[in-house]
Design a protein around this ligand. Structure first.
Ligand code: ZN
Length: 249
């Protein structure tokens, strides 16, 4: 955790103003008054792979604004079955319930790829939101984006085949990670998509035969992104589109 000194807060602010490549897009879109309020009450933390940022149904202390990496919002059906509602990276934040003044989430948030994040106590986040109309507007837009994404995830799960869904997920993961190559086990893919590993294996073989992917020992390489886009269902484009439309207003 950063030591929250004035100097460090100033440094964070400096990075944002200079268009530092590793910044959170929501924080970046705020004015200097809002930056000052946030950095007075929060600080930077390292998020590590596998770290759980909240547990469903339990009170959460912090909200997180990652500067990169991949965080999965996982809905759990039972001990064995779960699926990803959405992936979050530098474009978003973890803790949309907190924006609405609720300190409990119904899903788990798990870090898949490490990054740095701005962390703030949920009560302080809500208090700053109530006092700052710019921040309020940005966060409300983000809530609208995430509700649209959750609805899209439910439609995707029930209407689209596994190959389409896996292609969409890999594109979304690649966007968050800002990479065409990343570590991705079959077990993790099965968890994210809420299916058995055998199904993942069949799709991976098919996409390799189509020369879209190279996949070996948990290392994923998207070698033809344009073709992967053609295989993916419309949900990937819809998820991107809703973000662009909401934040263009
Ligand atoms: Zn879909």
């Amino acid at each position: 955790v950063c030591n929250r000194t004035e100097a460090h807060a100033g440094f964070c602010y400096f990075l944002i103003m200079k268009g530092h490549p590793n910044c959170n897009q929501l924080i970046e879109s705020l004015d200097s008054h809002c930056h000052h309020q946030l950095f007075k009450h929060g600080g930077w933390v390292e998020l590590t792979s596998g770290q759980r940022l909240n547990t469903p149904g339990e009170t959460t202390e912090y909200a997180y604004f990652p500067t990169g990496g991949v965080i999965a919002l996982m809905m759990q059906q039972n001990m064995k079955k779960q699926m990803a509602l959405a992936l979050v990276g530098a474009e978003g934040m973890v803790g949309i319930s907190h924006i609405l003044g609720v300190d409990v989430e119904s899903y788990a948030s798990t870090v898949l790829t490490p990054s740095e994040a701005f962390r703030i106590k949920v009560k302080q986040l809500y208090a700053i939101k109530l006092k700052n109309s710019t921040f309020c507007r940005v966060l409300d837009k983000y809530v609208a984006v995430m509700y649209a994404r959750f609805a899209q995830a439910i439609l995707c799960h029930s209407q689209h085949n596994l190959q389409q869904r896996m292609a969409s997920l890999l594109l979304a993961y690649s966007d968050c990670a800002s990479a065409l190559e990343f570590e991705m086990t079959q077990a993790l893919l099965a968890n994210l998509l809420g299916v058995r590993r055998s199904g993942i294996n069949n799709v991976a073989i098919n996409l390799q035969q189509m020369q879209i992917l190279k996949y070996s020992r948990g290392h994923m390489h998207i070698i033809n992104r344009a073709s992967l886009l053609k295989v993916a269902c419309q949900c990937y484009a819809n998820d991107k589109d809703i973000y662009t439309r909401c934040f263009a207003i």
